[in-house]
Design a protein around this ligand. Sequence first.
Ligand code: KIV
Length: 291
Amino acid sequence: MTDTSARTPYGTLPAAAPLPPRKPVSLPRLQEMRERGEKIAMLTAYDATFAAVADAAGVDCLLVGDSLGMVCQGRPSTVGVTLEEMCYHTECVVRGVRRVQGTVWVIGDLPFGSYQTSREEAMRSAAALMQAGAHMVKLEGGGWTVETVRFLVERGIPVCAHLGLTPQTVHALGGYRVQGRSEAEAERLRRQALELQDAGATMLVLEMVPATLAADITRQLPRCHTIGIGSGNGTAGQVLVMHDMLGIHLGRTPRFVRNFMEGAASVRDAIAAYVAAVKDGSFPDNTLHAW
Ligand code: KIV
């Protein structure tokens, strides 16, 4: 019988049904997936072992999110995370994925205070994440970020933007709450999303916005793939914090999370179930996981 377990320097991952060989995820491949209506399955990852398991389970993209400030460091928010820490975790994740399939698209989060002062500061910080092995960088906010996005994209750095609930500005937003409920706020988010696409952003995380608004924004952005978190199932893809979807967390789980460990025999199976549910559109369920 064929041995389907994946050997990594960190141990042997449990045997599971072998995945069909996959092409590495790239910007053209993401565009192809979008055009044929295949949803993008993304999770966060912060270390080599979980990154290797996620790769083996078939995720398309891994986000080395600054949520590691809360998940790994036990901070109350993402605000205290440094660029040096982001580079360290990005290197760990990239080593993990290179040991298994090596097909995953890795996104490194620019932490608070590493891109706000000037486009040059953003470029230096983005270069550090790319040198740590990221394929794309993510930054939060709209309006003032447009020129920064254009500056990075013109210099060869793929950019993922992030609108809606932007955790780095949680204090200014007054807490972790749904964004874009009023028509004026929704209109501002629609406009900012279009500006970010025009500036060259090829991915856009939409966090905690109403499902109908996220679906509208998705339709108006053919070249920028929306990735929803707590924003319903009308986006081009989904992301969750890995620990949340495995049912391990320090605080309250947000309402939009499903625990994929329930009924799963292993972490790898739980992640594979998440990937399958994103791809077939059964997660998120707008009646349970959206506003
Ligand atoms: O930092 C993070 O993990 C994120 C996701 C929650 C989208 O930004």
